[in-house]
Design a protein around this ligand. Structure first.
Ligand SMILES: NC(=O)c1ccc[n+]([C@@H]2O[C@H](COP(=O)([O-])OP(=O)(O)OC[C@H]3O[C@@H](n4cnc5c(N)ncnc54)[C@H](OP(=O)(O)O)[C@@H]3O)[C@@H](O)[C@H]2O)c1
Length: 360
């Protein structure tokens, strides 16, 4: 049996799903994976950190949230108002970080993740901000500390992108990645392909709950840019700044442009792409990628593109996301699946936790 003492930061949609899954699947996780997870601490913005060495009672925590009571009402807990100080005092084997970290500076996630890694804890995170803005630094720190930092939920939610790249495709050299990484933008473009104008498609997505009241992050590409930066760090080992991603949103696309593409047998999609280029701007050859020693630069773009129907990404519609990974040994591997949703985000964290449980 592998015991894991877990600190859970963020007890909102994703954090609660993960806690509930750990509780309801406890016997199965033990039987199937030999994993015994004890939730020793939970931190939120409003309640700070609560800690119980023997393990917090998950149904009690969920009941407290459901009845709008403070988490500090859980029996026999030690409480820190400052969650970071609480983490440093109580530690654990793994930090599960699911706070609403911002894309502006990655906080509070960056500070929590860094502190946990420095304490020798493994980390799983669902927050894009920290991984987009400090991904390479945090991955290097994890490596130096001899622990794992996993972030499956940050790109395409629970759809296995990073385990595919890091484990399934281990040993290959990735030369390029293209993806449809934002379900809101994709569902708007799908509706426009059916004849709606942008404003109608957005209003429909908002009515169905697919788009926020303020959809800027999704339709102007900020969300896809963040995911592109995470892929740059994990798949290519490169730290890019948001300003290094060529970015164009979908807000200025007209119904006529979309219809015209349709008439020419194409589909307009909001495509995120990363491509290794030689310094003279030409595509890196298989041999160059293979020896890995020739200087290259990584081109990063998020933009609407008219894709021919022969391109598998042209057929990804609605809320679906997809990523096509081009390597030196395989022509192109595609992963398709949902890109959002609380079950999916929690599932990505659970899969990361199970992967950490397999570390000897
Ligand atoms: N929901 C999804 O479908 C989804 C999918 C993929 C990735 N994600 C990512 O997963 C993360 C969590 O998402 P969510 O939907 O669960 O968000 P959420 O429902 O807003 O919950 C966020 C939680 O983080 C806590 N928090 C905020 N600031 C904190 C701080 N400084 N210290 C400690 N805790 C803090 C909040 O505390 P209070 O309760 O006190 O406010 C809350 O419990 C986000 O980064 C999100 O982008 C979400």
């Amino acid at each position: 049996m592998k015991p894991l003492r877990l600190a859970l930061f963020g007890f909102g949609t994703v954090g609660q799903w993960l806690a509930e899954a750990l509780h309801t699947r406890r016997a199965w996780l033990e039987q199937e994976y030999g994993l015994v997870v004890t939730l020793i601490s939970v931190a939120t913005a409003h309640h700070g950190l609560i800690y119980q060495s023997e393990g917090l009672d998950i149904p009690t925590l969920l009941d407290l949230v459901a009845t709008r009571q403070p988490l500090t009402a859980h029996p026999s807990v030690t409480h820190w108002t400052n969650a970071l100080e609480g983490l440093q005092a109580t530690s654990g084997d793994v930090l599960a970080e699911a706070t609403g970290a911002t894309l502006r500076n990655g906080e509070p996630g960056v500070s929590y993740i860094r502190a946990a890694l420095l304490q020798g804890m493994h980390v799983v995170t669902s927050s894009k901000g920290p991984m987009a803005l400090a991904g390479l630094e945090l991955l290097s720190l994890a490596r130096a500390q001899g622990v794992q930092l996993r972030m499956e939920s940050t790109v395409m939610s629970g759809t296995p992108v990073f385990s595919t790249i890091r484990e399934g495709m281990a040993g290959t050299r990735i030369r390029a990645i293209r993806g449809i990484l934002n379900g809101t933008a994709n569902s708007i473009l799908s509706a426009m392909a059916q004849g709606s104008c942008y404003a109608e498609a957005l209003a429909q997505a908002q009515a169905l709950g697919y788009a926020e009241a303020d959809p800027t992050d999704d339709v102007e590409g900020d969300d896809s840019v963040a995911k592109t930066l995470i892929l740059a760090a994990v798949a290519f080992g490169r730290a890019l700044a948001p300003s290094q991603v060529v970015r164009q949103g979908i807000t200025t696309l007209t119904r006529e442009q979309v219809q015209q593409a349709n008439a020419h047998g194409k589909r307009i999609k909001h495509v995120a792409s990363l491509r290794l280029l030689s310094l003279d701007g030409t595509e890196v050859s298989r041999e160059t990628a293979d020896n890995g020693l020739v200087p290259t630069r990584l081109e990063a773009r998020v933009e609407p593109l008219a894709l021919p129907l022969s391109d598998p990404l042209a057929h990804i519609d609605g809320l679906l996301n997809a990523i096509a990974i081009q390597t030196d040994t395989e022509a192109s591997v595609m992963v398709v699946g949902p890109g959002a949703g609380r079950f999916q985000a929690g599932q990505g964290m659970l899969a990361d936790l199970i992967a950490i449980g397999k570390v000897p």
